[in-house]
Design a protein around this ligand. Sequence first.
Ligand SMILES: Cc1ncc(COP(=O)(O)O)c(C=O)c1O
Length: 384
Amino acid sequence: MSGPETAAVSAELTTYTRWPITLVRGEGSTVWDASGRSYLDLYGGHAVAATGHCHPEIVRAIREQAGRLLFYSNVVALPVRAQAAEAIAAQAPAPLSKVFFVNSGTEANENAMRLARRATGRSDIVTFSGAFHGRTADAISASGLSKYRELGAPNVPGHRIVPFGDLDAARRAVDERVAGVLLEPIQSMAGVLTASPEYLLGLRRLCDERGAKLIYDEVQTGFGRTGTFFYAGRHGVVPDLVSLAKGIGSGVALGAVLIAEDIAAGVKPDEYGTTFGGGPLACAAAEATVRVIESEGLLGNVRRGSERLKAGLARLPGVREVRGEGFLLGVVLDRPGKPVREALLSRGFLVGGSDLPDVLRLLPPLVLRPEEIDRFLEATADVL
Ligand SMILES: Cc1ncc(COP(=O)(O)O)c(C=O)c1O
């Protein structure tokens, strides 16, 4: 073989363990390989394809913006950046009111931790067993999964990792040196573990008592994935900072930190920044993503689809438990997940694995339709 595709493959550093497919096209919840074979995508390109692949509204917004102004940095105001920030902040509970655009989930977490440190004048960060927050220095040091934390060695000092779900352990860890408590309200990589309402409420109270900032990593749970726009606000708990990425641009690289009014008020010009964060193309995609989630009633689609998936999966032999919320689901099997994942792939269905060998993850686009769910359930029944 020769030509640009072969050259790209040979020069590219392979990072992830790859699935044995090469994709060239996507539409809605379906992707196609070069031979024209289709796959129903219950992985969403790593939880990214919020509005589905190549949603016409997103594609139109990006095309129009690309022809108008491809890029200018944060040294100037851009209407499209202001509109995207407005649209995102309008979905967030008070006092989360300011949006700082960056480029990825890990960068959002790095900046959320820095905002907490600078706002409190303290150094340490409390995170949890099972947590995954990204792969740059501070974020990987915050991981509660040792295999990732070790990849980031030497780690950034001042990270305290406590058992997820144990409020007493958090009480012992959060002292006058702790700037922030960072958690995924639903731990995804750990095998889809949901924090209880009491736990979230307890952490909120603990942070208030001890003067620390509560930070939600909503890189996965944000932008509608759990059936509400954000997890922030659920059970009456509002964090001080929220990190976002993944679905925010429906596939265009973008991250953001949602910031409470009082923290934002203390930020002075030139303390934070990034060249590409909040670029016009990504902001056009983000603004269109919020619009599509609203106009197409995707939060309702997620809630209904989730019930259908959960009920259908729970009936299957070999499924021990289905956990998680909305379209962030963990399917606990009575056997190793890898052969099941491979058999589903060979039948044209993409699902994810997790840190637990017996837990598969479903992170489909928010547009997944009932008939697609039924097709997936039928194939999974067959495979199991
Ligand atoms: C919960 C969570 N936080 C942070 C990240 C890091 O995001 P990114 O890969 O965009 O840096 C991820 C990525 O999988 C994630 O799942």
